[in-house]
Ligand binder design. Structure first.
Ligand code: SF4
Ligand code: SF4
Length: 257
């Protein structure tokens, strides 16, 4: 379906977010006195997928190798500007207070960065009038019509891949070593600002990955998932109560014992 779009500046997409940030953006976000969380998920990775498995290739590009017990895995780490209510940069008139320096992800919205998620107006915060036919073309023939937007999305994907070793090092420096299972949720860490800023700066200047895959554990709020992982040699544990393990478990599913 073709789509036309123009932002109405309603500000709805600037509320209650975990906003994915690049490493450079996360440093600036913290320097402005705002909070950054570290979201981790991991997937078992028994063997390299065939070259035509583009979804696996996408995950591989943005993840690092780890070992969970004896099970190979790949861990994705996301830095996220986290806020409840309005973004700390949102002005009372719903304008972005850092418009010229706003994060890449804000420049791309409402288009999708993940190539496997279709752009669907019903899944976006934008009001119906933002999608009125006759506005500037956003999608034509199943593809984004705006070359500038396409370039930003490519820039986002490239940066995501390039920064993997830095994020791996940040986790090592902060002792972060547990992740939710891919497609089940995230383990969300909230390090103090000064500590995270120092770790990002150090990791950015020494991004060397360790010689051996680091040890990571899986967490899940579903007993069956934990048992399955442990049966194949992984380190698995039930998600602990919030506040007891240094991270919050953000599950996509109901907990089951
Ligand atoms: S940085 Fe600006 S555009 Fe991005 S969420 Fe905040 S107010 Fe909105
Ligand atoms: S929700 Fe959509 S229309 Fe509203 S400010 Fe964000 S991008 Fe613009």
């Amino acid at each position: 379906m073709d789509l036309d779009f123009a932002c109405t500046m309603c500000g709805k997409c600037c509320h209650d977010l975990r906003l994915p940030l690049t490493v450079t953006e996360a440093v600036v976000w913290l320097e402005r006195g705002n909070d950054v969380q570290i979201l981790c998920d991991a997937a078992p990775w028994l063997e390299e997928p065939p070259a035509d498995n583009i979804q696996a290739a996408h995950r591989r590009r943005r993840s690092f190798a780890a070992l969970s017990g004896s099970l190979p895995a790949r861990v994705v780490v996301i830095l996220a500007g986290a806020f409840a209510g309005p973004c700390p940069n949102l002005q009372p008139d719903m304008r972005c207070g850092i418009y010229e320096q706003r994060p890449l992800v804000c420049r791309i919205y409402p288009a999708e960065i993940n190539p496997f998620i279709e752009l669907t107006p019903a899944h976006k915060a934008c009001p119906p009038e933002a999608w009125t036919p006759g506005l500037p073309p956003l999608r034509r023939g199943g593809k984004l019509a705006d070359a500038g937007m396409l370039s930003l999305i490519q820039q986002s994907r490239d940066t995501d891949a390039r920064e993997v070793p830095v994020k791996q090092r940040v986790c090592a420096l902060l002792g972060i070593d547990r992740a939710a299972v891919w497609n089940e949720g995230f383990a969300a860490y909230s390090p103090d600002r000064a500590g995270l800023l120092a770790a990002l700066r150090q990791a950015g200047s020494e991004p060397a990955a360790p010689a051996q895959p680091p040890a990571w554990g899986f967490v899940s709020n579903r007993r069956k998932t934990v048992d399955t992982l442990m049966s194949v040699g992984a380190l698995g544990s039930l998600a602990p109560a919030t506040g007891t393990a240094g991270f919050e478990y953000l599950g996509f599913f109901e907990a089951s014992e």
